[in-house]
Design a protein around this ligand. Structure first.
Ligand code: FPP
Length: 217
């Protein structure tokens, strides 16, 4: 969800106002994706590297997360979306950890759509943890499928489409294992401006991609 800071700067607002607008955009896109029948939506909300940001910005993002989780708990029965968190929650406050766990547990009954929120997430960190889990199980015979099951998402399908807003052309340590064959869509639109019409555009672009998985066309 890149571009929140620049969106705020353009309006003479503090960066946290950009993250707040970004959280609104996320809620809108999660609802719209669900309406479209997208089974899995994964968003990069806070990376293992984002702790390096100024303390007040980190605190602002944490406050927005808390607000979102509280709202999600209130709206669970209305929205009927399963919420999963990908990432190590240990560095978060006990309150935020409890809210994350409560959201995951109470929404686990819904099967019609899943939102994965990456928090304190890093793609390399995820692969290292997967290797540690595998070793802790006594190094059983390994296949790509089995190794993939040690990732945060377990055995959910790999993403079909990866969307990066905000104009940068890199994946910044996001879903490194899972994106092996994902289609990439880059747009200059800053995340707070990424609305339903922008998602439609991304899906339309995806519909014209030819996926060959290494085979001939
Ligand atoms: C990247 O934009 C954005 C983040 C590091 C934080 C994203 C967090 C939220 C949208 C709010 C909380 C999330 C949820 C799920 C409620 P940037 O700050 O790097 O933007 P810039 O490149 O323009 O500076």
């Amino acid at each position: 969800m890149d571009g929140n800071g620049r969106w705020a700067k353009k309006r003479g607002l503090p960066r946290t106002a950009g993250h707040s607008a970004g959280a609104d955009a996320f809620r809108k896109i999660a609802r719209y994706s669900h309406k479209l029948g997208v089974q899995y939506l994964t968003v990069y909300a806070f990376s293992t590297e984002n702790w390096k940001r100024p303390a007040d910005e980190v605190a602002g993002i944490m406050a927005l997360l808390e607000k979102y989780l509280l709202q999600a708990l209130r709206d669970l029965e209305k929205e009927k979306i399963r919420i999963c968190i990908f990432g190590d929650l240990a560095p978060f406050t006990p309150r935020l950890q409890t809210l994350c766990r409560e959201c995951m547990e109470r929404s686990s009954i819904y099967t019609g759509g899943q939102v994965n929120i990456c928090l304190n997430y890093g793609g390399r960190d995820e692969i290292v943890r997967a290797a540690q889990k595998w070793a802790a199980e006594g190094c059983p015979a390994l296949s790509e499928e089995r190794f993939g099951s040690y990732m945060w998402g377990g055995s959910i399908p790999d993403p079909d489409l990866l969307i990066r807003p905000g104009g940068e052309m890199r994946i910044s340590n996001f879903l490194l294992w899972e994106c092996a064959y994902s289609e990439f869509y880059f747009t200059d639109v800053l995340w707070p401006d990424f609305d339903e019409a922008e998602l439609d555009k991304a899906i339309e672009a995806f519909r014209h991609r030819q996926r060959r998985y290494g085979d001939v066309g």
